[in-house]
Write a protein that binds this ligand. Structure first.
Ligand code: GTP
Ligand code: SPV
Ligand code: MN
Length: 587
């Protein structure tokens, strides 16, 4: 039975059903009973496997098709009327042409299948900054993931208006040649076909909460960003909130759930996770910048997650979690992945579904982009503000990426526009989160390259205008790099919990409590101002990763220059000026 009488909703569903021709239509009310029934059904067909319910209550395992394991950026489109509105960094096609192309792929695609109707909210249902969507899908896996990642069901259906975001997903034949992830920002519409993987099909996440929302945010004066949000509580009990943008698989989930080093814990420091991937940001009534997490769960990278690196993420996955493309340990019916522990199972099944022995096999058991979908409420350090629809006030914005060289451990921009420049020149070595080569340096402004729903030049301008609105209440902007390598290819900085040492400096800078050294690129800490207590790390090594090498930066400036030419006349003059200043500083 339909959960709403809203005509706009019902008419659209009728139209999509007429095209895809499902055998039946089922509304998702979000109840435990319905979720339990869907889990049982998915297990009966082999779509999911029920894991050891004593060790992992309500946890399940799913394997995707082997050619369907990451976001497909080359098949992701922004279809607006004018090509120049999509800009040089997005794939574009004329909307009418794309609708016609997709219609062929969707026609009859749900024959013999069920169409599930998922009313969902990005943000706390009924809060002023929440936005609603409906995803139609023929995948139970998608339904169950959406029920973890977003707020789903009757309460949403009751408040949904005419401006909801329409999302249609059909697995079709999972044909990679006909896989399309398409956004029509001007129609509030997302269409995804021939995939069953994460960011391609959980339409509330990257498709809505970043690509469509960034477009809406620009028109409405707010921002949708690929950022974690965390609160840092000092021994005096004061909490400061930071938002940080790193590209996919570059450490957002880890930083968002950081456990302070022992000496900090003893002194009374605590970290609270507000969000690990997406932030919706606006200027609050008090003139400060406020951020809220529109999601309700974590779609986290499994490999590398362990009791030491991220115990909070691991704890989050111990109940109600769906694991995708990890190793299935047949001895105790649990899961495993590279970097979980040093004891891989011998009697196991790998992510492709083949028998796997972790002691003797020379192939990886889990896919490098294997993931867990875990409810946010499981996280031991979830912020008391998590369910506060207003979000939290932001003291600092942090950009960062994976750079073996060049970028120091941390530096602070000189002011807001210089900070926007720092975000715009972000570069990172590519990871397994998207298909394509891994380890190649690419420019990824604000970690939004694959997620900006409009012209990136206009996006930069929007950032600059947000700064004008904020004036002297603007947060300070920083850049971090946890990933500097030594000659042998080892990470120099210990990272993870020890990153708090860098965050402490950042907060002190925001509060004017600590000095810095001015360099060609901005303010860098004096090595003695980073607290190394309890850490076996020499001050000389620290100096080496704080150093700004002018030759490397001169090469970097050339790369930036080349990247900027892409944007032509849309590159804001403010950023051009920042690049000129950088070049002059390097002389
Ligand atoms: P998406 O979900 O794709 O957006 O990724 P993410 O940015 O949340 O990345 P995540 O926190 O899952 O980390 C990805 C990988 O980076 C994992 O293999 C981590 O072990 C590794 N990583 C995270 N933080 C650090 C760090 O401080 N130092 C080092 N060396 N590796 C890190
Ligand atoms: C990312 O790639 O940034 C992710 C995973 O968070 S996905 O949902 O697939 O986009
Ligand atoms: Mn992400």
């Amino acid at each position: 039975m339909a959960l709403t009488t809203n005509k706009a909703v019902l008419n659209w569903i009728d139209e999509m059903a007429a095209m895809t021709q499902p055998d039946q239509i089922v509304w998702i009310d979000g109840s435990d009973a319905q979720i339990e029934a869907l889990r049982a059904q998915a297990c009966a067909t082999g779509e999911m496997e029920k894991l050891n319910q004593e060790l992992l209550p309500d946890c399940y395992l799913h394997r995707t098709a082997v050619n369907d394991v990451a976001r497909v950026e080359d098949r992701t489109f922004i279809c607006c009327h004018r090509q120049e509105d999509a800009g040089p960094t997005n794939n574009w096609m004329d909307p009418q042409e794309m609708y016609a192309k997709l219609k062929k792929l969707y026609t009859g695609a749900m024959k013999g299948r069920t169409m599930y109707v998922i009313p969902y909210s990005m943000g706390v249902v009924g809060s002023p900054f929440a936005k609603y969507g409906i995803e139609l899908t023929d995948s139970i896996y998608v339904v169950l993931n959406m029920c973890i990642m977003t707020r789903v069901g009757t309460a949403v259906a009751e408040v949904i208006g005419d401006d909801f975001v329409k999302g249609l997903h059909a697995k079709a034949d999972l044909d990679p040649e006909n896989r399309y992830i398409v956004h029509f920002p001007e129609d509030n519409t997302i269409m995804s076909v021939n995939s069953g993987y994460g960011g391609n099909v959980l339409l509330g996440k990257k498709c809505f909460a970043l690509r469509i929302a960034s477009y809406l945010g620009r028109n409405q004066g707010w921002m949708a960003e690929h950022m974690l949000i965390l609160g840092i509580q000092n021994p005096a009990g004061e909490v400061r909130y930071l938002a940080a943008a790193f590209p996919s698989a570059c450490g957002k989930t880890n930083l968002a759930m950081l456990i302070p080093p022992e000496h900090y814990r003893k002194a009374g420091w605590k970290v609270w996770c507000v969000g690990d991937d997406i932030a919706w940001i606006r200027v609050g009534e008090d003139g400060r910048l406020w951020a809220m997490n529109p999601e309700n769960g974590f779609f986290g990278v499994a490999p590398g997650t362990n009791e030491k690196s991220n115990p909070n993420a691991l704890a989050s996955t111990r109940r109600g979690t769906i694991f995708t493309n990890v190793v299935h340990n047949l001895d105790n019916n649990t899961v495993w992945w590279e970097g979980l522990d040093k004891n891989p199972p011998e009697n196991a099944v790998d992510w492709k579904g083949n028998p796997w022995n972790g002691k003797t096999s020379d192939v990886k058991g889990a896919h490098p982009n294997s993931r867990f979908t875990a409810p946010a409420k499981n996280c031991p350090c979830i912020s008391p503000k998590f369910d506060d629809g207003a979000g939290v006030p932001i003291s600092a914005i942090i950009f960062g990426g994976r750079r073996a060289q060049t970028t120091p451990l941390v530096y602070q921009s000189r002011d807001w526009n210089n900070g926007v420049f720092v975000g715009s020149i972000m570069a990172s070595e590519t990871t397994a989160a998207a298909t394509g080569a891994v380890g190649v340096v690419r420019r990824d402004p604000m970690a939004m390259l694959p997620f900006c729903g409009y012209h990136m030049g206009d996006y930069f301008k929007h950032w600059i205008e947000m700064g004008e609105k904020l004036g002297d209440k603007a947060p300070k902007i920083f850049n971090v790099n946890w990933f500097r390598l030594d000659e042998d290819g080892n990470f120099i900085w210990p990272g993870f919990g020890d990153n708090l040492r860098v965050l402490e400096w950042i907060i002190d800078r925001c509060e004017g409590k600590v000095g810095a050294e001015e360099t060609a690129i901005g303010y860098v800490p004096k090595a003695e101002d980073i607290n190394l207590e309890g850490l076996d790390f020499s001050i000389d090594t620290l100096k080496s990763i704080l150093a700004v090498n002018k030759d490397q930066w001169a090469t970097e400036a050339e790369g930036i220059e080349e990247f900027y030419t892409k944007f032509g006349g849309k590159l804001p003059a403010e950023l051009r000026k920042e690049l000129d200043t950088l070049k002059a500083n390097l002389k």
